[in-house]
Write a protein that binds this ligand. Structure first.
Ligand SMILES: *Cc1c(COP(=O)(O)O)cnc(C)c1O
Length: 359
């Protein structure tokens, strides 16, 4: 008699993000598709694929493109089907069931998700009320619990704050654990804060990057793990050999042939984000909808408010979706007209709430 393991029986597939809103500012995607000349280049390169052949298991050309763009050694780079797949692979292979995973909450939910799936012991160290990280507390928790792995995003999704590189280095040097630093949004902050240039000297650090955010390729599923040669070799050995299909490898390789476009596009998103942030602060000065609009190192802006549920509901009525975190809302930067419609809608909502509470 086959009996499904209890931990599997209780699982349900995720609800696919069926978002029919007119303005979608909830998933931290890039608001722009690739330019036509890049799409043409991609189409030409995809047209030359030998579809009958298996892919390159090490995504050599793609990893080289990534390595050139970010100035790292290609030997240290491993490609995955999004950083999501790499988190899953690292989690399942570097930790045994019952081993200890430290997360710093709130943070990206997938670290804990894979930890629970793989029956690890999760130690969630809370962030300060203002979402900053007390690194001494994290180090203490890791040491006292004999942590096997620590995983966090920097800059952080969903808090939009960045953690100084010196603090990340201090953490890596203070613990025996594997430290996984997810830098999905580092392009929007400051590459000098990246741990990419530290992986050769720190033998317990894996840096994750992705093509899904600044590089605008969420549909294709490409992410990278960067670590010293030993860790990179292990990752290449444990990952599914053909995790990266040839179409994805080809598209990613084509993408990195346009570094000037990628840099300029990232700068444009940063400018648009700063404009959105300034507009939200300006709006808030007038109508007082939020407790605070946080500084942002990402492609989204966080607004603190106990009325998050109500605001998100009222935005949805206007076919605008943002990410609801109940004590705050996370707004992905969109095109300028989308951001303007959002701030207009928020001004309207503030007046509605005011008159509703006045009644
Ligand atoms: C969006 C995001 C990713 C990217 O995931 P992909 O699987 O590469 O699309 C990774 N980490 C964080 C924190 C994110 O917000």
């Amino acid at each position: 008699m086959y009996k499904l393991k209890e931990r599997l029986a209780k699982l349900n597939p995720p609800v696919p993000p069926q978002n029919h809103c007119r303005i979608r500012l909830d998933a931290n995607e890039s608001y722009k598709n690739l330019p036509d000349y890049m799409i043409e280049d991609i189409q030409r390169m995809v047209g030359e694929i030998e579809f009958n052949r298996y892919p390159d298991p090490f995504s050599t050309e793609l990893c080289k493109g990534f390595a050139d763009y970010y100035g790292v050694d290609p030997e240290c780079v491993v490609a995955g089907a999004g950083s999501d797949e790499l988190i899953s692979i690292i989690n399942a292979n570097f930790l045994d069931p019952g081993e200890k995973l430290v997360v710093i909450s709130p943070d990206f939910a997938m670290y804990q998700f894979y930890g629970e799936l793989n029956e690890q012991d999760i130690i969630a160290v809370p962030k300060n009320p203002d979402f900053t990280v007390d690194m001494d507390k994290v180090i203490k928790a890791a040491r006292e619990n004999n942590a096997d792995m620590i995983c966090f995003s920097n800059p952080c999704n969903p808090t939009s704050l960045g953690l100084d590189k010196s603090e990340v280095i201090r953490l890596a040097k203070s613990v025996d654990a594997l430290v996984v630093v997810d830098e999905a949004y580092m392009d929007f902050w400051d590459e000098s804060q990246s741990m990419l240039d530290q992986v050769k000297t720190l033998n317990n650090v894996i840096v994750l990057r992705t093509c899904s955010k600044a590089l605008g390729l969420a549909a294709v599923r490409i992410g990278f793990a960067v670590a010293n040669e030993t860790l990179a070799r292990v990752l290449k050995a444990v990952k599914p050999a053909f995790n990266m299909n040839t179409v994805a490898q080809t598209i990613g390789t084509a993408l990195f042939r346009f570094p000037d476009h990628l840099h300029a596009n990232t700068m444009e998103i940063i400018e648009e984000r700063d404009r959105l942030k300034a507009d939200l602060i300006g709006l808030n000065d007038q109508v007082g909808l939020f407790d605070e609009v946080l500084d942002s190192k990402n492609n989204f802006v966080v607004a603190l408010t106990p009325k998050a549920d109500l605001i998100c509901e009222k935005l949805k009525e206007r076919s605008i979706s943002v990410s609801n975190h109940h004590s705050f809302i996370r707004i992905t930067v969109g095109r300028d007209w989308e951001n303007r419609e959002l701030t207009d809608a928020l001004a309207e909502i503030a007046r509605e709430i005011q008159s509703e509470t006045a009644e």
